[in-house]
Design a protein around this ligand. Structure first.
Ligand SMILES: Cc1cc2nc3c(=O)[nH]c(=O)nc-3n(C[C@H](O)[C@H](O)[C@H](O)COP(=O)(O)OP(=O)(O)OC[C@H]3O[C@@H](n4cnc5c(N)ncnc54)[C@H](O)[C@@H]3O)c2cc1C
Length: 768
């Protein structure tokens, strides 16, 4: 019979030493010599037993992984029952003697010195190894796993709010076979596929949701945003094509036109019988749309307008729906009457006939292949003196009267222009909501995969899910917290927009501009992290992160470049600050001084700036005070800086330019505060304790992670000391660790249709 450890229990006495020697996977010459000399010197071993033991330290034929696992099992079980063991020899002895006594006390006395010598020769710190071995089977890293501390359906209901019905209806449509996410690689096929999808959505009554009931719609703009967001779990070319057709093209008619335009166009736009474009951007004027050069010259003789592209770089560029399908466009052009320029206005211009033939005077080029969104047909349009009738001017804010004169209820050109743009703010709500959904798909795919994917682990034990690694958590959990925070932030924006009054419009526009930038940047960063967090799998198209990443990339630019939008938000905040404190009277000065004093007493005192108590660091009031302080300081110093620059003689344009980086911080600190407030307010409404608990944890992470990101600034300001910022960093890490356990249920609560998740999110691990 072959010798084994099992049938020759005394041999177990040396097993821990052999096992330890293989821990780094190789036995070096020194170890081999020390152990084989030891084996040779043991008179109580037969030759065959010596050969057997030596075969277990043979560098040419190392033990298999399963053999090592068996040894580990033996050792760890013994350690679990004998926690006080402190030498490897003692450990081996217990294993040998487990079933029946093999070694007597006398035997041990005889052989012990040789074992001690061997342990010394191998440089073994027995207590350290034993401590490592005994922890292996129960390491915290190993044992951490998914729990479900709250009800997922309840969380989904909270996230969906009053839009649950339409959200579920869209989800069931995009889960049908027709919406199989098998994206054609041929661009033309892809574009046709996307058009087909849009038709199905229109047939299901989703296109005209926001339009008035008398024109075929449901008069439900909130529902429209929920549709845009939910569609964004699916392909994003579909979302953008849908948004161009029903949002940009349709809503430009609704917002800038009047009843005659609604009657003539809206029904067909909403059913997709009339595909159209929103043609604002020109090659040389993208962010600065006031500088557009396309002209609409009024001809009083026949009451027409002539639309013309005066120079090559005034062509309408990047226009969605233009390259293949658009039959008409809302074209933004400078209105010229009798040689006088009346600023940018909007006109409906036919582009193609029903046979899709481009009309005379119109030239359309294809923008070609893009970084993403290749299912959308973007084109470049130029107009060579194209004549359109008088009624094609979208005349809600300006018109040309019967006498051929310009008329407008808003006399200032500037105000009229911004009022007109303001009505288009809906796009800046739809885009961030779409970006957030894309971010959630990426996070759900990545987190679900990371919970299953195992790499490394304690020696000899099973490998550990990568989501258990602190760094992996640190990379993903803050984005999960942001996703929840932004859900409530964008719901707030939508709500403000839906219930807007005239006097709130500027503030809402600034908020929409800022949140569009804030959310799309967050998506861009989160998806990059998701891509890397999935390793090679993140690069495969079947897992969708590539498309999500490439398609959302341009979200940071269209509907307004993010950096430019943040300036717009900042300008509004500085304006508000000046309104409040600019013309200081006795009462505002008093309020201001009281506010400053309050901060000094409660927040900037020597105790608070060093306070590292857990209760304090998790106090929502501390978070809000800290965010408010940053916002207030930055806006106040911004206003002061700007005034000083201008007082020192700098032109206001130059002063604004010097201030640009500061302006971005003004906007960022404002948006941080608004989002935190909304998160906290939402938690206040939650009654279910388990939901409240996990949401509070997420909100703490959102807040503390932001403070951690800006800790240099807080330290600069003396608002915190190093001990406190260190404690915050530690708490962020701890919160990531805790949230990891709920991370899978938290992404499950997004309730993303399974066909929209990456393959790695849904495959069973046994198939790997
Ligand atoms: C795929 C795609 C689809 C689009 N669809 C449409 C559409 O359907 N209809 C339509 O009308 N348009 C559309 N656009 C155009 C889009 O809205 C513009 O690209 C966008 O407004 C930015 O303009 P721009 O490309 O000219 O960039 P620019 O304005 O040239 O900006 C370039 C860079 O300069 C920076 N910059 C500019 N001004 C300032 C400043 N004052 N201070 C600091 N930095 C500044 C910006 O931050 C940016 O990084 C689309 C674009 C793309 C790529």
């Amino acid at each position: 019979m072959d010798i084994t450890f099992n049938n020759n229990a005394k041999l177990y006495i040396i097993l821990p030493i052999i096992y330890f020697s293989w821990q780094d996977n190789i036995i070096n010459n020194k170890e081999f010599k020390a152990i084989s000399d030891f084996i040779e010197g043991q008179e109580w071993l037969t030759k065959a037993e010596k050969n057997f033991l030596k075969s277990k330290i043979d560098a040419v034929s190392p033990p298999s992984r399963s053999e090592l696992a068996q040894w580990y099992e033996k050792i760890s079980t013994t350690l679990a029952g004998n926690p006080k063991v402190n030498t490897l020899t003692e450990l081996g002895l217990i294993i040998s003697n487990t079933e029946r006594p093999v070694f007597t006390g006398e035997d041990i006395q005889k052989i012990a010195p040789a074992f001690v010598k061997l342990e010394t020769a191998l440089g073994i710190s027995a207590s350290e190894i034993i401590s490592n071995l005994s922890q292996n089977s129960t390491t915290h890293t190993h044992a951490h796993k998914t729990i479900e501390s709250f009800s997922i359906p309840k969380m989904t209901a909270l996230l969906d709010g009053n839009q649950a019905a339409i959200i579920n209806s869209v989800k069931s449509i995009i889960s049908t076979k027709a919406f199989n996410l098998d994206i054609p690689t041929d661009v033309n096929q892809f574009r046709e596929q996307v058009l087909e999808w849009c038709k199905i959505l229109a047939d299901n009554g989703l296109g005209n949701y926001a339009y008035p009931k008398e024109h075929g719609g449901k008069d439900d703009i909130e529902g429209y945003f929920a549709i845009m967001e939910t569609l964004s779990y699916h392909d994003l070319s579909l979302v953008i094509k849908f948004g161009v057709q029903f949002g940009l093209w349709g809503m430009s008619i609704l917002s800038l036109g009047t009843e005659k335009h609604y009657k003539k166009y809206l029904r067909d736009v909403g059913t997709l019988a009339l595909p159209g474009c929103f043609a604002m951007t020109e090659t040389h004027h993208g962010s600065n749309v006031k500088g557009l050069q396309t002209t609409a010259t009024y001809n009083h003789a026949d009451r027409t307008f002539t639309i013309n592209t005066p120079v090559k770089y005034a062509r309408k560029e990047y226009i969605g729906n233009a390259a293949n399908h658009g039959e008409m466009a809302t074209v933004f052009a400078k209105l010229v009457i009798a040689g006088k320029d009346y600023g940018v206005n909007a006109f409906i211009v036919p582009l193609r006939n029903k046979n899709k033939e481009v009309l005379p005077g119109i030239t359309i080029e294809d923008c070609g292949h893009k970084m993403g969104l290749n299912g959308v047909d973007n084109g470049i349009i130029s107009f060579d003196n194209v004549v359109i009738p008088h009624e094609n001017m979208l005349d809600r804010f300006a018109s040309v009267n019967d006498a051929g004169e310009f008329e407008s209820p808003i006399p200032s050109d500037n105000r009229r222009f911004f009022t007109m743009l303001g009505t288009l703010v809906g796009g800046r709500i739809g885009i961030p909501r779409s970006a957030l959904a894309a971010c959630k798909t990426g996070l759900a795919t990545t987190i679900k995969y990371s919970d299953k994917r195992r790499q490394f682990g304690p020696e000899g034990a099973a490998e550990v899910p990568i989501l258990n690694y602190r760094m992996h958590q640190r990379r993903l959990m803050p984005y999960l917290a942001n996703a929840y925070a932004l859900t409530f932030g964008l719901q707030y924006l939508t709500d403000r927009f839906v219930k807007r009054t005239e006097d709130q419009m500027q503030e809402i526009e600034a908020l929409a501009a800022g949140l569009k930038a804030y959310t799309t940047w967050n998506t861009r960063n989160a998806l990059q992290e998701c891509r890397e967090a999935c390793g090679g799998k993140g690069y495969l198209s079947e897992n969708r992160i590539d498309d999500l990443k490439n398609d959302t990339e341009i979200y940071t630019t269209f509907e307004g470049d993010n950096t430019v939008l943040m300036q717009l938000t900042a300008k509004n905040r500085l304006g508000e600050f000046r309104k409040q404190y600019g013309e200081m009277n006795v009462s505002t000065i008093f309020n201001y001084v009281v506010e400053q004093a309050k901060t000094s007493i409660t927040e900037k005192n020597p105790f608070t700036i060093r306070n590292t108590d857990e209760a304090h660091l998790k106090d929502p009031q501390f978070h809000l005070d800290t965010f408010n302080y940053r916002e207030r300081q930055i806006v106040e110093s911004g206003a002061k800086r700007f005034k000083k620059l201008v007082d020192d003689g700098l032109d206001a344009f130059d002063a604004a330019n010097v201030m640009h980086p500061h302006m971005l911080q003004v906007a960022d600190s404002y948006l941080d505060r608004v989002v935190l407030e909304q998160f906290q307010a939402k938690i206040e409404t939650v009654e279910d304790e388990s939901l409240k608990e996990v949401l509070t944890r997420l909100c703490n992470l959102f807040a503390l992670n932001k403070i951690d990101e800006h800790k240099a600034w807080y330290l600069e300001q003396g608002y915190m000391e190093g001990v406190k910022t260190k404690a915050i960093r530690k708490m962020v890490s701890q919160l990531c660790w805790e949230i990891r356990q709920d991370a899978v249920p938290l992404v499950d609560a997004f309730n993303i249709p399974e066909n929209c998740l990456g393959h790695i999110a849904t495959f069973k691990i046994e198939e790997a």
